[in-house]
Design a protein around this ligand. Structure first.
Ligand SMILES: NC(=O)c1ccc[n+]([C@@H]2O[C@H](COP(=O)([O-])OP(=O)(O)OC[C@H]3O[C@@H](n4cnc5c(N)ncnc54)[C@H](OP(=O)(O)O)[C@@H]3O)[C@@H](O)[C@H]2O)c1
Length: 308
């Protein structure tokens, strides 16, 4: 495996950026019951930094194209913070939204023109001069790897972009893109949690291990379903996590993060909570070492069947 500088940091890929083992996702920042003004966003950024979380995940579309700007307003208040964090953002999904009247239908655009324009807009919104990692948000049947390579080259030459990654790509889609790039694909951000095991089984994580890519796990709490869903799988997983909680003296969310962290691909869970106490508590996952039987107890609870 690629060496990391500390157990709390990871180098995403050979030649890739160093990021924190836990990242903070900004998708829900406008839904925070405490507000989404600059001071509240700043408080969350500072809580992350105090907990060793330096990597922030965005997308152009979050909050109807408004989350990046809310984060940028916080950075404008404390410009010195920019050099202490890594910014991941995404492009490629085109929403039907008043902010984009030209979009007649929801679609994907991975053209050179759109990628460059989207990054330039993200830079303005986020009040920064560079993006650490740009992810293509979704694979598109119309994605032309040569065009993406050209966009990345242009942006990298101009110093506006450091690294390129993908999100929700199959291994074959990632390979096709990587075959044309001058720099490595540094991550694949996929949905991954005890109620969504696909990436463990469909070759996604195997490819990450092969390419020494650290994947990012979106919705590590299944968007809250892990805590609240009354279905049989979620109920079984909660019972398994509660059992582990008695053994490890940890909370359910900490154990769910620890379960992802235990995988050899060096998964980076992307936290979605708006609560500062939950951000602070998450760091304990890094000190919670699950043994293989702990890990398979959660797997078995999810599938409802003993492994073969
Ligand atoms: N690449 C993609 O296609 C994609 C798609 C979706 C998301 N993402 C990224 O992944 C990030 C995380 O996704 P997510 O927000 O769905 O993450 P999540 O952590 O799975 O879900 C967050 C939700 O779960 C609740 N929650 C979290 N911990 C809890 C706890 N201990 N007890 C009770 N409720 C809890 C939160 O409520 P509270 O705020 O009250 O804690 C919030 O409503 C996003 O911000 C975004 O950056 C990427």
């Amino acid at each position: 495996m690629t060496a990391s500088t500390s157990p709390r940091r990871v180098i995403m890929a050979p030649g890739g950026p160093e990021v924190s083992r836990l990242a903070y996702g900004c998708w829900r920042i406008l839904d925070d019951p405490e507000g989404a003004g600059a001071s509240r966003v700043l408080d969350k950024i500072l809580a992350c930094l105090d907990s060793g979380i330096t990597t922030f995940d965005h997308a152009d579309i979050y909050g109807g194209y408004r989350c990046e700007e809310a984060f940028g307003a916080a950075l404008r208040e404390r410009p010195g913070l920019r050099q202490r964090i890594e910014i991941v953002t995404k492009c490629g999904i085109m929403l039907v939204n008043p902010a984009r009247p030209e979009n007649r239908i929801k679609h994907y655009d991975c053209s050179r023109r759109h990628i460059v324009a989207s990054v330039e807009r993200s830079l303005r919104n986020l009040a920064t001069d560079h993006i650490d990692v740009l992810l293509l948000h979704r694979p598109s049947p119309l994605l032309d790897p040569d065009e993406v390579a050209e966009a990345a080259r242009l942006l990298q030459e101009q110093g506006k972009l450091r690294h390129l990654g993908v999100s929700n790509f199959s291994p074959a889609q990632l390979d096709a893109l990587a075959s044309r790039l001058a720099t490595p694909v540094v991550t694949n951000q996929v949905e991954l949690h005890p109620l969504r095991l696909d990436a463990f089984l469909d070759g996604t994580l195997d490819q990450c291990v092969t390419r020494r890519i650290a994947p990012m796990a979106w919705s590590p709490m299944a968007g809250g379903r892990l805590l609240h869903d009354q279905g049989p799988a979620a109920t079984r997983v909660r019972a398994a996590l509660a059992e582990l909680g008695r053994k490890h003296g940890a909370e359910l969310d900490q154990l769910a993060y620890a379960w992802l962290l235990r995988h050899p691909a060096r998964i980076v869970p992307v936290l979605g909570t708006n609560r500062i106490d939950r951000i602070q508590a998450a760091a304990k996952a890094l000190d919670t070492a699950l043994d293989p039987q702990d890990w398979f107890a959660v797997w078995t609870a999810s599938t409802g069947a003993e492994v073969p």
